[in-house]
Write a protein that binds this ligand. Sequence first.
Ligand SMILES: NC(=O)c1ccc[n+]([C@@H]2O[C@H](COP(=O)([O-])OP(=O)(O)OC[C@H]3O[C@@H](n4cnc5c(N)ncnc54)[C@H](OP(=O)(O)O)[C@@H]3O)[C@@H](O)[C@H]2O)c1
Length: 288
Amino acid sequence: MAVIIDGKRAALTLREELAAEITGAVAVGHRPPGLAVILVGDDAASQIYVRNKEKACQATGITSFAHRLPADVGQRELLALIKECNSRVEVDGILLQLPLPPQLDAQACLLTIDPTRDVDGFHPENVGRLSIGLPGFLPCTPAGVMELLKRHELSPAGKKAVVVGRSNIVGKPLAMLLSRPAPYANATVTLCHSRTTDLAAECRTADFLFLALGKPGFVTGDMIKEGAVVIDVGINRTPQGLKGDADFASVSARASAITPVPGGVGPMTIAMLLKNTITAWKKRILDK
Ligand SMILES: NC(=O)c1ccc[n+]([C@@H]2O[C@H](COP(=O)([O-])OP(=O)(O)OC[C@H]3O[C@@H](n4cnc5c(N)ncnc54)[C@H](OP(=O)(O)O)[C@@H]3O)[C@@H](O)[C@H]2O)c1
């Protein structure tokens, strides 16, 4: 039976470390970090995500500046708000909750965010930095996965890693992070997607299997190499509650370690957003 990788506990520990950093800096006279959170419209899931992020900020000592805009807001108005956030000294990070309503151009909005405040790591400058190994903001979910590996001393170095899913926010950056010449990376990576000819065969080659396809219970125990580490990024709403992309019962019977859903990668994503915000803040207060 697989060891359960407890993302909730790892995220809590990280958040305590971050809170201590803020308390220490504020005690010697620095302002607290600030995160501008922009939510457009009334999508129920986005509202929950934003509320959770704001609560996490508050608990850690980060000031959040909430901007809630109506669903019919125009592109010009949204860009003006982003530019205003870019210029405010107390704003270290800007979070634009996606998806946006269809009349808005998400790419244009993301491009307008100051790359030094791009704590989601979606700006092409930060994506480019990741791809050539320069420091920059890493997207929170893949960064959270890497942090989980490190905190559980699960090193994929020299091993075969398979990532299922090639989205810009999870699969692609995760594949890049895993193949970096860095501690808890250096894996030999295969990136799979919906056009992969034999997904089961690819998965069975993996010492480390990363699932980010968004299909509840899709990957079953017979698709897993005995003893593999399985990191399930999937979060799928089902009538039975939140489910991952792995069929937990059959996969955990063959894997050596697995992240549960919920309580695995999800909590790490928010913790990494806080970490990125604190990184931006430290750079700003130290540069002053
Ligand atoms: N834990 C967290 O904090 C967190 C954060 C973000 C996302 N998520 C979850 O992670 C999952 C993926 O999110 P995403 O935004 O990356 O999704 P996405 O943009 O929909 O991408 C899904 C990827 O999976 C691939 N795929 C779909 N069906 C497949 C199949 N049958 N076989 C092989 N590949 C298949 C797609 O291939 P094509 O490119 O060929 O279409 C695509 O590359 C979702 O469940 C999402 O809720 C969790």
